[in-house]
Design a protein around this ligand. Structure first.
Ligand code: SF4
Length: 365
């Protein structure tokens, strides 16, 4: 039997959730030839499946993986498709992807590739961004329910109110937002280019949407502008507490702390460096042997891949984005095969939402 080793946070998160609802899932899955080992802390209430989880801390074996990888490679060639995957997508999906990156790198790759079919392994707003930039291409998503809660966290009336109050107002929209919110904005930004772009804006008054934490991080670096914050946040990064990070620091006192700006300010205050996922990856390749990474745990795969001799730790419980983990190999395979879950955007909305994205690509050069 051909077995492959996995870590838990690379496991198909959706299936894990389903499993916790149905304890017989593990036994049935084992009967089908899958071998599953789960961390004890996540399976304390699964007393009837203990025989499968006492063996090791974070490992899953899945015998279908090699054939599924082959099938995906074959379908990619047949359909002239490329797979784009976010760093937070499951490890196995990152392995079969043609481009792996953060939101900005993926938006750029989507625009630059000549492929006719793009399969976007991320959350809804990412597929939308790819479609905004490539209306003539087919943009598929493995899961049509993979969404980012923060992408919706703005009251549209607030934008209109502030525009009345400040005639020069520029609405700066983090790329993690819906096409509808982008259409109401002046420019998009990502966590890696937000400071650079806001500095380049002529407006003195800025409404930063939807993430209050990234907004506060930008505001602290550009005190000369009036940056108004919106009360939205990433529930995954906002759930990382100061205590969790302190405990991880105590356990690994020599680790350099690298944090994502979507974390709360009291968590960011404990970091040695704050930056986007791409910046975290770049810093980890520099000086230092041990790192405490304060962001979604999917980034462990590229970190470890590029730096096999270095140690990477995460706050516990590991931060996991359920939306990103909906991009399973099965769904990716099905999306390629059926070409069913395509992203469509009304042309009028697409044109309006495209302008701030194009402005971002221009200003970020
Ligand atoms: S990690 Fe947070 S910001 Fe990123 S997709 Fe998930 S919920 Fe959205």
């Amino acid at each position: 039997m051909n077995l492959k080793k996995w870590r838990l946070n690379d496991v198909r998160y959706q299936e894990f959730k389903e499993m916790t609802l149905s304890r017989s899932w593990v036994k049935d899955t084992a009967a089908e030839g899958h071998f599953i080992f789960l961390p004890k802390n996540l399976t304390d209430n699964l007393t009837d499946v203990k025989p499968w989880n006492i063996m090791c801390e974070i490992t899953l074996f899945w015998k279908d993986l090699p054939s599924m990888k082959e099938k995906i490679e074959r379908l990619k060639k047949e359909k002239h498709a490329v797979i784009l995957a976010h760093y937070y997508a499951p490890e196995e999906v990152q392995q079969v992807a043609d481009f792996v990156g953060d939101s900005y790198a993926l938006a750029k790759a989507a625009k630059e590739t000549s492929a006719e079919v793009l399969v976007f392994c991320g959350v809804e707003f990412m597929g939308e961004s790819a479609k905004l930039l490539n209306p003539q291409k087919t943009v598929l998503m493995p899961s049509y329910t993979a969404d980012c809660p923060m992408a919706h966290m703005v009251q549209e009336e607030k934008i209109a109110e502030l525009r009345k109050q400040y005639p020069d107002l520029a609405v700066v929209c983090y790329i993690n937002s819906t096409a509808r919110l982008k259409a109401l904005s002046d420019v998009c930004v990502t966590s890696s280019n937000a400071v650079k772009i806001v500095k380049r804006m002529e407006s003195q008054n800025i409404f930063f949407i939807p993430d209050r934490n990234l907004g506060a991080f930008v505001k602290a670096q550009i005190p000369e502008k009036n940056i108004i914050l919106n009360d939205g946040c990433c529930p995954i990064h906002a759930a990382i507490t100061e205590q969790q990070v302190r405990e991880a620091k105590q356990a690994h006192p020599n680790a350099i702390v690298l944090a994502h700006p979507e974390c709360e300010p009291n968590v960011l205050a404990l970091a040695d460096r704050i930056g986007s996922t791409s910046e975290i990856l770049a810093w980890a390749e520099g000086e230092g042997e041990e790192f405490l990474i304060v962001t979604e745990e999917g980034v462990r795969f590229p970190l470890q891949n590029k730096n096999p001799k270095k140690q990477f730790y995460f706050p516990k419980p590991y931060p996991v984005c359920p939306g990103m983990k909906e991009n399973t190999m099965q769904r990716l395979c099905a999306a390629l095969e059926s070409e069913k879950v395509g992203v469509e955007i009304a042309e009028d909305l697409r044109k309006r939402a495209l302008l701030p994205l194009e402005r971002m690509l221009e200003l970020a050069k």
